[in-house]
Design a protein around this ligand. Structure first.
Ligand code: G1P
Length: 295
């Protein structure tokens, strides 16, 4: 069966970015000029996904507005002949998005459960907004291509430094199927480094069969007292095979302050409007730092 649907959970409080996220959706924080959620939606479309559901919550209306048309703005840009900007604005409205609200933020597992009616009886992908990936083939597409061979749920993982494993879901691998694909003995959410079964961490792309909903429906809260998607995947793995797929491209963690800054700088270096000035600035700043002129 073809994978056609994607789910983007975007209901979290964004506590790691307070105070800016007190009255602003963290998914709308811009990388230079594009909200992080737009990168995710673009990855879905570039992968051949046809329908996208965003799980929102309180204070997230700006995400819906961002992907809706803004007639006054478009008219204004048209009259002023600002065609390039008009094109940028119009592009955001061409995407077929659906929205559902998670009324109580009970955790990622519960957020994904809100997608049950939208997904129906099809395999689907879950794309977390904190992880931006670059590679010639989008990671979502890599998972979808892999599904055509395995017809099984597959979770993207990546090697991370041992001391960082407690920020992630971690797999206990059970042998390799091929160069990138692992059988998995178990999935553990946010283990302590000393208890972690490996350094292969779950990054935010999941291809799941619809049976996950039957598990999520009864899933009890786990780490952080939240209903964890990782726990439900571990349960699913007991009744049907779930693979882990090792991603080797570049990942940007925009859910972390330092990761967000790095992403902004690297994206800026590829952005034709600012790249020249930014490069000169970084070189100059580097020299000043070395000379001890900047602390
Ligand atoms: C979530 C998942 C975790 C995963 C991580 C990837 O955690 O629960 O398993 O490794 O995303 O970014 P969060 O970052 O929401 O705490």
């Amino acid at each position: 069966m073809k994978v056609r649907k994607a789910v983007i959970p975007a209901a979290g409080f964004g506590t790691r970015f307070l105070p800016v996220t007190k009255a602003m959706a963290k998914e709308m924080l811009p990388i230079v000029d594009k909200p992080t959620v737009q990168f995710i939606v673009e990855e879905a479309l570039a992968s051949g996904i046809e329908e996208v559901l965003v799980i929102t919550g309180k204070g997230k209306r700006s995400i819906e507005d961002h992907f809706d048309s803004n007639f006054e703005l478009e008219e204004c840009l048209r009259k002023k002949g600002k065609n390039e900007l008009l094109q940028l604005v119009e592009e955001t409205t061409k995407i077929n998005l659906h929205f559902v609200r998670q009324s109580h933020p009970l955790g990622l597992g519960d957020a994904v459960l809100q997608a049950r009616a939208f997904v129906g009886d099809e395999p689907f992908v879950v794309m977390l907004g904190d992880d931006l990936m670059t590679d010639t083939t989008p990671l979502t597409k890599q998972l979808m291509d892999n599904y055509q061979k395995t017809h099984a749920s597959t979770i993207a993982v990546m090697k991370v430094p041992r001391n960082e494993v407690s920020s992630y879901g971690v797999i206990k691998p059970d042998g390799k199927v091929d160069d990138r694909l692992y059988n998995v003995a178990s999935f553990v959410e946010k283990p302590k480094p000393e208890d972690a079964p490996s350094d292969l961490a779950i990054i935010g792309r999941y291809l799941l069969t619809p049976e996950i909903f039957k598990v999520l429906q009864h899933q009890k809260p786990g780490a952080g007292d939240e209903v964890q998607l990782t726990d439900a995947i571990d349960e699913l793995n007991k009744t049907q095979r779930v693979f882990a797929y090792e991603f080797r491209g570049k990942r940007y963690d925009v859910g972390d302050k330092f990761g967000f800054l790095k992403t902004s700088i690297e994206y800026g270096l590829g952005h034709k409007e600012v790249q020249g000035n930014l490069k000169n600035y970084i070189v100059k700043l580097g020299k000043e730092l070395e000379a001890g002129k900047v602390k």
